[in-house]
Ligand binder design. Structure first.
Ligand SMILES: C[S@@+](CC[C@H](N)C(=O)[O-])C[C@H]1O[C@@H](n2cnc3c(N)ncnc32)[C@H](O)[C@@H]1O
Length: 273
């Protein structure tokens, strides 16, 4: 009898502390997501505002500690930090659970103190909407949905594809969204290891397959030198607007800049090259 009573009390205490823990977690999340989020963001912004690796750790996105992207993002996004940057990230995280995920959106909000952060996800993530954060529900594979998002946002300075990681989605989303990226903007694609994985539409044998993300972006490299071709080649939109493509471990970063009239070296004698 006494034993049963003790067991009941221990269980009751455990349930109570479990419920308390859940309540505290819920309150903390509310605090981070709701209209008081700017207060929650203040310490991380004040002490670690320029340290994206630390912000990734604080906000719990896998852009650091699991993947090692934050160091590269710091390098390419540093110049946007104090500007009114509009950043669109595909993939909010947390699966079907409406209140889960949003970690990277909050990290970007802390990193860009004047920025506006937009997120796309196949699931409803509107619970994360708040000060300088707005979410849209839809698929990155749906061009009409992407058009409506672009129309809502207006100028987009940075696009990050951390969505389905399906190779067909990555390339079609890029072809669709890249023209809407502002001149001087950055387009990043994460987790390009799926290029080599069949279940994501990757190719395990042919690593230059154009249908894979890695194959597709490698194939764009020559286009940056289109004006040097000696075969009467007519440049397309990507040839004219891709300034650079950087390949990091599982991460591709494309810089957009119109370069319509590069010097015509193609007609110079080989000795002058
Ligand atoms: C890796 S998580 C994003 C993590 C988040 N960016 C972060 O760093 O914290 C990938 C997200 O992409 C979403 N997703 C999957 N397929 C999608 C699609 N076709 N269109 C848009 N989002 C998709 C998933 O629901 C999931 O939330």
């Amino acid at each position: 009898m006494l034993d049963a009573l003790r067991k009941w009390m221990v269980q009751r205490h455990r349930m109570k502390s479990e419920a308390q823990r859940e309540r505290i977690k819920h309150l903390l999340l509310e605090f981070q997501m709701g209209r008081w989020s700017w207060i929650a963001d203040l310490p991380s912004r004040l002490f670690f505002g320029t340290d994206l690796k630390m912000l990734a750790t604080i906000y719990g996105t896998d852009k650091w500690n699991r993947h090692w992207y934050a160091q590269h993002y710091e390098e390419v996004l540093h110049r946007f930090r104090r500007r009114q940057t509009n950043l669109l990230e595909i993939g909010i995280g947390g699966g079907e659970a409406p209140r889960k995920g949003g970690n990277s959106l909050r990290m970007w909000r802390a990193y860009f103190p004047k920025g506006h952060i937009f997120g796309i996800d196949i699931y409803d993530k509107s619970a994360h909407d708040g000060r300088r954060i707005r979410t849209f529900r839809g698929s990155q594979a749906d061009p009409e949905f992407l058009n409506s998002v672009v129309n809502e946002i207006g100028r987009i300075d940075v696009i990050i594809d951390d969505g389905s990681h399906m190779n067909a989605h990555i390339t079609t989303t890029f072809q669709h969204l890249f023209p809407s990226l502002a001149d001087g903007g950055i387009y990043a694609i994460e987790d390009t290891q799926t290029s080599y994985w069949a279940e994501y539409g990757g190719n395990e044998i042919d690593h230059n397959d154009n249908a894979t993300a890695m194959g597709f972006f490698k194939s764009l490299a020559d286009g940056m030198n289109w004006s040097e071709f000696r075969n009467g080649y007519k440049p397309n939109y990507l040839d004219l607007h891709i300034e650079s493509i950087a390949f990091y471990h599982n991460l591709i970063v494309i810089r957009k800049r119109l370069h319509e009239e590069p010097p015509p070296f193609a007609n110079e004698a080989a000795s002058e090259a």
